[in-house]
Design a protein around this ligand. Structure first.
Ligand code: AIR
Ligand code: ASP
Length: 265
């Protein structure tokens, strides 16, 4: 990572040249016969509140795989470097193996979720400018919010990397807000993860789906009715797969290509 870390070697996630299978909460990473390529399998399981709430939502894996594929292909077409290589089947994608930076980079456009709880502000207030926050990816600690100095203390990133993460997060926000606006969805907030390739380049990793974004329908009535993302699961609002399907349908309607390996034109 370039600089000495005062607390010893930073703990980077086991994504790089992985020899065995890695089980996440919503995805499984499998090694492939290429050491730099991993297969990501999207599970139907849903968790919230640091794994305290769990359920199986039939169809979620397929829909998040499809939505992530659409969005990563779109971002790549707009010049954002990502780990995405190609769709393998309707539940799996192939990605570049990276050393995952153990930070969750959250961008917010409208107040919701933990921002409202932490600062005591009402839900649904447009923010004067997009807000970027960093959380330390650490289940045992409950993914705490961290400052720049905490990040340097833990050796999770150096200043140039943090500057780059902020720039990338804001550019991705600009692109995604436009993409979703075009299909009548408001991008309230979302979480990104990044990783480093062997040359130290920062690439967008993980997934972008209704599990990792808050998306509100800009047409329907009450706030509850407008929620189309994982808050439906967190708040027991039901109709989760139906709403994820609607997001997928809207992306497909604007020409999202989900060509899988082996498909011919
Ligand atoms: N997020 C954060 N950790 C995991 C996820 N999926 C996403 C949420 C929400 C945003 O980050 O889905 O879109 C902010 O979450 P919160 O809970 O901090 O308000
Ligand atoms: N994904 C996290 C969990 O499973 C947090 C959340 O989405 O609420 O607990």
């Amino acid at each position: 990572m370039g600089v000495a870390c005062p607390l010893g070697k930073p703990k980077l996630a086991p994504h790089h040249t992985m020899l065995s299978t890695y089980q996440g909460k919503a995805k499984i990473l499998y090694p492939t016969d290429h050491p730099q390529v991993l297969r990501v399998f999207f599970k139907d399981s849903a968790t919230a509140f640091n794994g305290q709430k769990q359920a199986t939502i039939e169809g979620k894996g397929r829909l998040n795989c499809l939505i992530t594929t659409c969005i990563f292909q779109y971002l790549q077409s707009q010049g954002i470097a990502t780990h995405f290589l190609e769709a393998l089947d309707d539940r799996s994608i192939l990605v570049r193996a990276l050393r995952i930076i153990p930070l969750e980079v959250v961008v917010r456009n409208i107040s919701a979720g933990s921002l409202c709880k932490r600062l005591g502000i009402p839900v649904g207030q447009p923010l004067p400018q997009p807000l970027v926050e960093f959380y330390y990816k650490n289940d045992a600690l409950g993914d705490p919010l961290v400052t720049d100095d905490h990040i340097y203390l833990l050796g999770l990133a150096v200043p140039d990397q943090l500057t780059k993460l902020r720039e990338l997060a804001l550019e991705i926000n600009r692109l995604l807000r436009g993409l979703f606006r075009g299909i009548n969805l408001i991008l309230v907030d979302f979480k990104l993860e990044f990783g480093l390739d062997a040359d130290g380049n920062i690439l967008l990793a993980d997934e972008i789906s209704p599990d990792s974004c808050r998306l509100w329908d800009d047409r329907a009535g009450s706030l509850e009715e407008r929620i189309m993302d994982k808050d439906r699961f967190r708040q027991d609002l039901g109709q989760i797969a139906e709403n994820y399907q609607e997001i997928a349908d809207r992306l497909l309607s604007i020409g999202c290509k989900t060509k899988q390996m082996g498909d011919t034109d």
